[in-house]
Ligand binder design. Structure first.
Ligand SMILES: Cc1ncc(COP(=O)(O)O)c(C=O)c1O
Length: 369
């Protein structure tokens, strides 16, 4: 199989599996237990916290492990005080949009921040927000569908000056671009393990001020009382190892991904019916989304699947519903254009030969019979 869907999930790195196995087989102690087996598990979690903090430019004390990016996003928004206002962009992941909609039904006023046709938020939109400040603004760092990167550090500077708290969903950015929680100057940042060759079901919320953070779950006081529940030790260890590898390999991975994406983009530009989306915006090195005029993206996805190629026609959730991607509609595409979109998200093991084979297959599928 040619796997081009790394923004949906990545395969587990063998080295991550090796780091996890002892915690599934031998070191099964509860990290809250005081005896040696428990202390070993606790110490492994502490190491993972350090590894993740190093990758995302935070301190270990700022990292709260969660069950994934979805939980981290929900937790960040739940920190809103009663009836306080919230603003989110129109290109957020469903774990933000659905959570924000739920909060708006609980009397939190919700403002939507629009994007231009490249998927970018304009400075004027940020200035507007500062005039009637919501309590919290949530803007993703990199979009899962288009790969578009927002200038969060610049927005955060203006928003913080207006005493607005800032959350960024950095799930897709982690490990793909240099990332510094400190330099972004945000209050909350969400991360996920399975996008960086770590296990599924593990993530983190990075928080600037622990005292301004509210738990979603109550119980045994784990994660400094912010995320109750016995820790998923093996997954946390895997996330830490994946973070360590991403830190040491980031620049080599990116050079490889950029080269492959350039090759893909060049070839796609020669296909007359293809339009690359957000082509002039700064994007993740691994992500490329394009429309094919007059073609149903899901149909094309299924045809590619029959040929052994896995791609996405939008975010996983949107494609399951068969609805046009809200992200693409927010960028001004028509329903028909949005439904003709395909996303290629490359990974560290993809090769030049796979790109060339994909282009051949695509051209074959698009050529009239
Ligand atoms: C931008 C973004 N945020 C959040 C999530 C949710 O992360 P998880 O799958 O770890 O819950 C995803 C997953 O696709 C994502 O792409």
């Amino acid at each position: 199989m040619i796997y081009f869907d790394h923004n949906a999930t990545t395969p587990l790195d063998e080295r991550v599996l090796d780091a996890m196995l002892p915690f599934l087989k031998d070191f099964y102690g509860n990290p809250s237990a005081l005896y040696r087996h428990g202390r070993l598990a606790r110490s492994a979690i502490d190491t993972a916290r350090e590894q993740l903090a190093a990758l995302c430019g935070a301190t270990a004390a700022q990292v709260i492990f969660t069950s994934g990016g979805t939980e981290a996003n929900n937790m960040a928004l739940t920190c809103l005080p009663d009836q306080a206002g919230l603003a989110i962009s129109t290109v957020e992941h469903p774990s933000i949009t659905e959570s924000a909609q739920a909060l708006s039904r609980l009397a939190h006023p919700l403002t939507l921040i629009g994007v231009d046709n490249q998927g970018l938020i304009q400075s004027e939109a940020i200035e507007q927000l500062c005039l009637k400040p919501p309590h919290l603004v949530s803007i993703m760092l990199a979009n899962n569908e288009t790969g578009v990167i927002q200038d969060i550090a610049r927005y955060a500077e203006s928003l913080k000056a207006a005493s607005i708290q800032v959350h960024t969903d950095a799930v897709q950015a982690l490990g793909k671009i240099p990332l510094s929680f400190k330099q972004l100057h945000v209050d909350f940042m969400s991360l996920s393990s399975h996008k960086i060759y770590g296990p599924k079901g593990c993530g983190a919320l990075v928080v600037a001020d622990i005292s301004a953070t509210k738990p979603l779950f109550f119980g045994g006081g784990q994660e400094r009382g912010l995320r109750a529940g016995t820790e998923n030790v093996a997954a946390i260890v895997g996330f830490g190892k994946a973070a360590e590898l991403a830190l040491t390999e980031c620049s080599a991975r990116n050079a490889h991904l950029l080269y492959l994406r350039h090759l893909l983009e060049q070839a796609l530009c020669t296909v007359p019916s293809v339009t690359i989306l957000a082509q002039t915006a700064e994007r993740l090195p691994n992500t490329l989304m394009f429309c094919v005029a007059g073609v149903d993206g899901e149909m094309l996805l299924m045809r590619l699947d029959q040929k052994g190629v896995a791609v996405s026609s939008g975010s996983a959730c949107a494609s399951a519903g068969g609805k046009p991607s809200p992200v693409l509609l927010a960028m001004g595409l028509s329903e028909q254009q949005a439904k003709s979109a395909l996303r290629i998200s490359l990974g560290k093991s993809n090769t030049e030969a796979e790109i060339l084979k994909f282009i051949d297959l695509l051209k074959g599928l698009l050529s009239p019979v």
